[in-house]
Design a protein around this ligand. Structure first.
Ligand SMILES: [Zn+2]
Length: 464
């Protein structure tokens, strides 16, 4: 399968003022072009590149940019528009489901996604545009200062300038793996010392592994990362613990202490540390987890909406507190990406309410600390075990198809990767609808004609 990655390389610190000003001018003009495009696209409800072509000369006239740049700015605007539409649709879907007059409804109303490029902060920001073969290239160079440079077009026709980069060993190692450099962005980073960075997007191929197992992953607050693979027996259930929670708690105490003493300088440093700490834990955990997934398909239930639901004033103060600094989204994303890097197939889907129901009957569960009890049949299970199995159940159809085609995976790598790309986008699409559908699915489990490997021990096992 194809893996796409980005590295961020700073430009060389000895770049001359003149060249920096070239970059300043160019990025400012490109930002202007993207904004112009966005206005046109939004007003005329344009959908794709060909819809846009009648307006191309108009933008070119206004911005005095070359055709290549104008098209790249257009692509950025189209992409932004697409993202905006998606998030708006998602918001409308939620609003439709919410009951009018409730607190939740009111909160949702307030959260209507704003139009891109309109907030005060984003108005001051530069919008990066992807450079490709038309407007620039990443090249190796044999210079005293550096061995890699980018060559980009400027505002003057036919003129190109060379900008020196300052890649570290890390960047070089990454780029060596690349089969293809797709594009790069020149990104304004005023908060860093170097002012500009080049974000290089590259692609490489990795052999898709054959599949023997399916694993469902539940991201929990207290116990880290729990997962179960089929058949869901106790032996196949594992939990990966971290000290993240304890360390965050310690840090939070220190922050609270400094706040009381009004030590603002110390506070600034601590804030940075807290975010670095969680990032570091997530990355390590994902990497470690991915290393043990060979021959498996990994399905991550990602409670994307959980924080969104636990808004201030919903009455669940403790629940909200526990979730502070918790980063399910990032952890889920990292797991999927790290698995991909190893050639393991992995998807993430929106899990909401899956852990409130038992996997045996699909009925509500009563929580008894670490364990949950089914309100229908009275069976009790380990809490994380139950959610992991539920995740597998809700993605049953998907997993079953993949297992059936595992032979096909071993034979044809290319077919497999395109098959999967379709599948995972389907799964993502479904994930948006899943919030309402899970209960339905669970209730019909028994009539659904489960295959033996799916139902094996499912009804007899109380794990833990
Ligand atoms: Zn039950």
């Amino acid at each position: 399968m194809k893996v796409t990655r980005t590295v961020k390389i700073p430009i060389h610190h000895e770049t001359t003022k003149k060249k920096i000003s070239h970059q300043d001018n160019l990025t400012a003009r490109l930002t202007y072009a993207v904004r112009e495009w966005y206005k046109i696209i939004d007003e005329n409800e344009l959908e794709n590149k060909s819809d846009c072509s009648p307006y191309e000369s108009e933008v070119q006239e206004k911005t005095k940019l070359s055709a290549g740049f104008v098209q790249q700015a257009r692509d950025k605007a189209l992409w932004t528009r697409e993202q905006d539409k998606e998030s708006h649709k998602e918001w409308e879907r939620k609003l439709e489901k919410a009951k009018e007059g409730t607190k939740w409804y009111k909160k949702l109303k307030e959260r209507e996604p704003s139009k891109p490029f309109t907030s005060k902060r984003s108005k001051q920001k530069k919008i990066p545009v992807r450079f490709d073969y038309r407007t620039g290239s990443l090249e190796e160079a044999d210079l005293a200062l550096t061995d890699s440079v980018i060559r980009i077009s400027t505002l003057k026709k036919g003129e190109r300038i060379v900008i020196l980069l300052n890649p570290g060993e890390y960047h070089k190692k990454k780029l060596k793996k690349a089969d293809k450099i797709c594009s790069f962005e020149l990104v304004h980073h005023p908060e860093r010392g170097c002012k500009y960075m080049v974000h290089v997007t590259y692609e490489y191929d990795i052999k898709t592994r054959s599949v023997d197992w399916i694993r469902g992953v539940d991201l929990g607050v207290l116990r880290g990362l729990a997962s179960v693979k089929l058949p869901w027996t106790r032996k196949n259930f594992s939990i990966r613990k971290t000290d993240k929670l304890a360390e965050i708690k310690e840090l939070n105490d220190r922050i609270a202490h400094s706040r009381r003493l009004e030590k603002y300088e110390a506070l600034k440093k601590l804030r940075k540390r807290r975010s670095n700490l969680t990032k570091d834990y997530d990355r390590k955990l994902a990497k470690e987890f991915a290393e043990h997934t060979d021959g498996e398909i990994v399905i991550v239930g990602d409670p994307q909406e959980i924080r969104y639901r636990k808004f201030k004033g919903n009455g669940d103060k403790i629940g909200r507190k526990v979730l502070q600094n918790w980063t399910f989204g990032r952890l889920g994303y990292q797991i999927v990406e790290k698995c991909r890097e190893r050639g393991t197939i992995s998807i993430r889907f929106n899990e909401w309410n899956t852990s409130n129901r038992s996997y045996c009957c699909g009925e509500k569960v009563k929580s008894t600390g670490r364990r949950v009890e089914c309100t229908n049949c009275g069976q009790n299970y380990d809490r994380e075990f139950n959610s992991c199995v539920r995740i597998l159940q809700t993605q049953q159809e998907f997993s079953r198809k993949i297992l059936r085609s595992s032979e096909f995976f071993q034979n044809s790598e290319r077919k497999a990767s395109s098959y999967l790309e379709n599948k995972s986008s389907e799964a993502l699409e479904r994930s948006q609808k899943l919030a309402g559908a899970t209960d339905e699915l669970a209730r019909t489990m028994d009539d659904s004609g489960l295959e033996p490997w799916m139902s094996m021990e499912a009804h007899t096992l109380g794990c833990g």
